[in-house]
Design a protein around this ligand. Structure first.
Ligand code: GUN
Length: 285
């Protein structure tokens, strides 16, 4: 029976530490503040934004929400808003919730976010810094996964890490983070042939493809570490990308859904906002 990787508990203890750091910044006259932009009506995005707001409140980070209507938002108005937030010294972090409507260019929007306020780590400059192994803002979900592995003392050095999913948000930054830990990294995706040949070799299997219960027991090596990034809603219930019930008997460690990767994503966002506020304080000194 696998040990559960308790992301909820770990995220809670990270938030407590961040609250202390936030209080220290406030004593020095800096009020960390996150601006979140949401365009359109995506129901999952609304839940994510609500959860981010709650986490900010708990830590004492100020939160400003820009909810833009799909019909009236143009590329120009979105870029203008980001530029205004870039220039506002009271805003330390800017997050554009994705997805945004198809008629808008999200790449230009991410490129416009000041790299010093890019708490999602999606600005190409920060993506480049990550790939060069330089200190930067790292995308929150992959960052949270690495923190969980560190906390549970799961060493990646020389291990076979297999990532299923190649998104810009999760799979691609994970490649770099795992390489930095000296893992041997393989990336699989929707066009990979004989997927199970790869997944069965994984010492650490990280799955982010958005298909409920997609990874079955016979695709997993005995005693593998299994990290499930999936958040799928089936009949109102959450399911991961991994067939948890059957794999939990075979894995050595496994993350539950909910209560695994999800809370860590938000904790890492909070971490990045505090880091942004600290960095900007240093720059203005
Ligand atoms: N949509 C899904 N995940 C994320 C995330 O981590 N950040 C943003 N901005 N949008 C998302």
């Amino acid at each position: 029976m696998a040990e559960l990787i308790n992301g909820k508990e770990l995220a809670q203890s990270i938030r407590q530490i961040l609250k202390i750091k936030c209080d220290e910044l406030k004593e020095k006259g800096i009020k960390p503040k996150l601006a979140v932009i949401l365009v359109g009506d995506d129901s999952a995005s609304k839940i994510y934004v609500r959860n981010k707001n709650k986490a900010c409140e708990e830590i004492g980070i100020e939160f400003e929400e820009y909810i833009l209507k799909e019909e009236t938002t143009t590329q120009e108005s979105l870029i203008k808003l980001i530029e205004n937030l870039n220039e506002n010294p009271n805003i330390h972090g800017i997050l554009l919730q994705s997805p945004i409507p198809q008629n808008l260019d999200i790449n230009e929007a991410f490129r416009t976010i000041n790299p010093d306020k890019d708490v999602d780590g999606f600005n190409p400059l920060n993506v480049g810094k990550l790939s060069l192994g330089q200190d930067t803002f790292v995308a929150c979900t992959p960052h949270g996964i690495i923190k969980m592995l560190e906390e549970y003392k799961i060493d990646l050095e020389g291990k076979n890490v297999v990532i299923v999913g190649r998104s810009n948000i999760v799979g691609k930054p994970l490649i770099q983070l795992c390489l930095n830990k000296n893992a041997t990294v393989t990336v699989c995706h929707s066009r990979t042939q004989n997927l199970e040949e790869y997944t069965k070799k994984a010492d650490i299997l990280i799955v982010a493809i958005g298909k409920p219960n997609f990874i079955k027991e016979d695709m997993v090596k005995q005693d593998a570490v299994v990290i499930d990034v999936g958040i799928n809603r089936i009949d109102g219930k959450l399911a991961g990308d991994v067939d948890f019930e059957n794999i939990k008997n075979k894995a050595s460690y496994i993350t539950p859904v909910p209560g695994g990767v999800g809370p860590m994503t938000i904790a890492m966002l909070m971490n990045n906002v505090i880091k942004a506020a600290e960095n900007q304080k240093l720059k203005t000194k």
